[in-house]
Design a protein around this ligand. Structure first.
Ligand SMILES: O=C(O)CCC(=O)C(=O)O
Ligand SMILES: [Fe+2]
Length: 362
């Protein structure tokens, strides 16, 4: 177990795992620039590569994405500056009015069902309408602050920066979703993207900060010695349609392969990583795989990651798309609304298989 350093607001014991880090992943790569400017053949090849990666891993790396590197660097620096604030300043700056709201700043506790990690984070609701207008009064794209502990202009500029980032990443995510549809040979290439572009799309932005791995002497359990690895973010699948992740150059992200073994994803700060989420697994009738992943902390450097989660509108009915079930094919999931799925998922622990409640039996 890890006992948090003195001075932390909460003393929470975290499990330390004394197991070697898994081997490095061979992550499929897709160059979006080739899809955009490579002509019909370049686009078809990129679409095939995206679909193959989603079927095999539910995970791939995107290069040639067109999001300016300066924007990535500015977001990383602003996030690092935010997490350097005093604990109470972070809590006050990003606290939200409703205590039951999942949004705002939190530390070590992930969700409401007892999951703990060596992580602090900001979780922000972003709407297509709100983020694209840049209007502060718009449908609360980011969290509403409760107190003036941090100068408000600082907070607004951080928020504006995250809005700018969200707009750019959502656009890129939708290009990727179009390639997915094309790779599956669907009649309408916006079959997935339209859900994330919808003005009521339930999308989120999460900014995670994993402080350096705790001192060896603070690690207990697992027989002492060894290279204690601490869970930063426990294993899970992302519930939404698509997640687009960008991190600094610190490792930690691991994904599960089809055979259940884990591999470690080499960080690449100039690229994005795409995860297929549960909702996309349903829409594709299980052809695309919602990838299990986790973050293990074993570095003397902090990891900062920013993840855009593209979700459908709450009222949207999700079910395998008939085109992907085929005539006489079996629908692997029953119909449900995104609201229903989220309510069910938020009652479970991170690691649980949340989709099994929605599987058909016959
Ligand atoms: O922080 C990371 O690198 C991944 C975290 C994650 O999987 C999540 O926030 O859903
Ligand atoms: Fe995740």
């Amino acid at each position: 177990m890890v006992v948090l350093a003195k001075g932390e607001l909460e003393q929470i014991a975290l499990p330390a795992v004394h197991r070697a880090a898994p081997p490095l992943a061979d992550v499929p790569e897709v160059d979006l620039a080739a899809a955009w400017s490579g002509g019909v053949e370049g686009r078809a090849a990129a679409a095939r590569a995206v679909a193959a990666a989603c079927e095999e891993h539910g995970f791939f790396k995107v290069t040639g994405h067109g999001v300016p590197v300066q924007l990535l660097a500015r977001v990383e620096a602003a996030a690092a500056a935010f997490f350097e604030l005093q604990q109470r300043e972070k809590e006050a700056a990003m606290s939200v009015a409703a205590p039951s709201s999942p949004f705002g700043y939190a530390s070590k506790r992930i969700g409401n069902n007892g999951d703990l990690g060596w992580v602090e984070y900001l979780l922000l609701g972003v709407t297509a309408a709100g983020a694209s207008t840049g209007d502060h009064s718009a449908d609360a794209p980011l969290a509403v602050p409760a107190e003036e502990a941090v100068p408000s202009d600082w907070r607004w500029s951080f928020r504006d920066l995250l809005n700018e980032y969200t707009v750019a990443v959502r656009r890129m995510a939708c290009s990727v979703l179009e390639l997915m549809a094309e790779g599956l040979g669907m009649a309408e290439s916006d079959a997935f993207a339209r859900l994330v572009l919808h003005e009521d799309s339930d999308s989120m932005l999460r900014v995670n900060h994993y402080p350096p791995r705790p001192e060896q002497k603070q690690l207990h359990g697992g027989g002492g010695g060894g290279n204690g690895r601490v869970t930063g973010f426990g294993e899970h699948t992302d519930p939404q349609i698509i997640s687009v992740l960008r991190s600094n150059a610190t490792s930690g992200l691991e994904i599960a392969l089809r055979d259940g073994s884990w591999v470690s994803v080499p960080p690449d700060q100039s690229s994005f990583f795409v995860n297929v989420g549960d909702a996309l697994q349903v829409l594709t009738n299980g052809r695309f795989r919602s990838v299990r992943h986790r973050v293990m902390v074993n570095s003397i450097r902090s990891r900062v990651s920013v993840i855009f989660f593209g979700g459908p509108p709450p009222r949207e009915t999700l079910a395998p798309l008939p085109e992907l079930v085929g005539e006489g094919g079996r629908r692997r999931y029953r119909e449900f609304t995104w609201r229903e799925y989220k309510a069910s998922a938020y009652r479970t622990k991170l690691a649980e298989n949340r989709l099994c409640h929605f599987e058909t039996t016959s």
